[in-house]
Design a protein around this ligand. Structure first.
Ligand code: AMP
Length: 289
């Protein structure tokens, strides 16, 4: 695996690959890699000739400085995992490489409704930070395909919007959420959980399953209340439990004409904020029909 730290160097290398007619698949990450990240790398490998991953803990997307400071770093292990997965190229830029004019960055993206709900509402500025880093990475790598995880559902919609705004040709491939055996969505932040917290963190998955299993029988307000009780029983403190249109993230209290919806949860386990979601197909007639 080639490792590049400078944008000029990786661009030069990728130019030689493009000249040979090879396609590129890109997996951006913040490191502290787990099997969820590796599943994206493997999907990229299956779909493109040259697989590129990046590791960069992007300061501009952290609304909480403590979360940024405590974000896990396991670079040696990450490199080992990427090599084992057959990743061809790792881009490992420093802050000065991506933000040569320093921080903070004054750059606004018109994300509309998406920046007003869910993580947009609870983590002010977060998605602008995501857009700032992803736009720079896309500009440097110019991948044919970008592989991102459904785990960060709203981020997927934001990145789709960004690609439209930037008018780039990159195709976006959303990959399924990789879970631990007990259902907990894999996340770099899980490394920060104490053993008992780690066990209780499954409350998020249990809440989502509860919503999914009862979506056709219960009123959704009641469903969200019951899901909240599951979280609380597991010592989780929710930011939100919502059911939304899977395409637009419009928040719903009852089905309208959606073919599928998504249940989304963000909750704190101690100081660690975890998110997860579940897409739920709706194959019943809306109330009143
Ligand atoms: P992160 O390093 O957390 O910024 O994540 C990098 C990419 O990996 C993003 O596209 C995430 O959505 C994706 N990802 C994170 N966790 C998982 C998971 N458990 N399963 C699949 N993809 C994931």
């Amino acid at each position: 695996m080639f490792i590049f730290k400078k944008s000029g160097d990786i661009r030069e290398y990728l130019k030689t690959q493009a000249e040979q007619g090879l396609s590129t698949g890109f997996v951006p990450t913040m490191g502290a890699l787990h099997e969820g990240h590796i599943s994206l790398v493997k999907t990229a490998k299956d779909n493109s000739d040259v697989t590129i991953a990046s590791i960069f803990v992007n300061p501009t997307q952290f609304n909480d400085p403590k979360d940024f400071k405590l974000y896990p770093k396991t670079l040696e292990k990450d490199i080992y995992m990427l090599e084992k997965a057959g990743c061809d190229v790792l881009y490992l830029p420093g802050v000065e490489e991506l933000y040569p004019n320093g921080l903070p960055v004054n750059e606004h993206y018109n994300l509309g409704y998406l920046e007003t709900v869910l993580d947009g509402k609870f983590r002010p500025g977060h998605f602008h930070g995501v857009c700032q880093v992803v736009s720079r990475l896309l500009h440097t790598i110019e991948p044919n395909q970008l592989f991102i995880g459904q785990k960060d559902y709203q981020q997927c919609l934001v990145i789709r919007k960004l690609v439209d705004l930037l008018n780039v040709k990159t195709e976006i491939i959303v990959c399924p959420t990789f879970r631990e055996a007990d259902g907990l969505a894999m996340s770099s932040r899980n490394m920060r959980l104490a053993p008992e917290q780690r066990i209780n963190a499954t409350g998020i998955y249990k809440s989502l399953i509860y919503i999914k299993d009862n979506i056709t029988t219960a009123l959704w307000q009641e469903l969200k209340k019951a899901a909240n009780e599951i979280l609380v029983k597991h010592n989780l403190v929710p930011d939100y439990i919502e059911i939304a249109d899977a395409d637009t993230l419009e928040l719903l209290n009852a089905p309208q004409n959606q073919k599928q919806i998504v249940a989304l949860i963000a909750a704190f386990m101690g100081e660690v904020r975890l998110i997860d979601n579940m897409i739920i197909p709706l194959n019943f007639a809306p109330y009143g029909n």
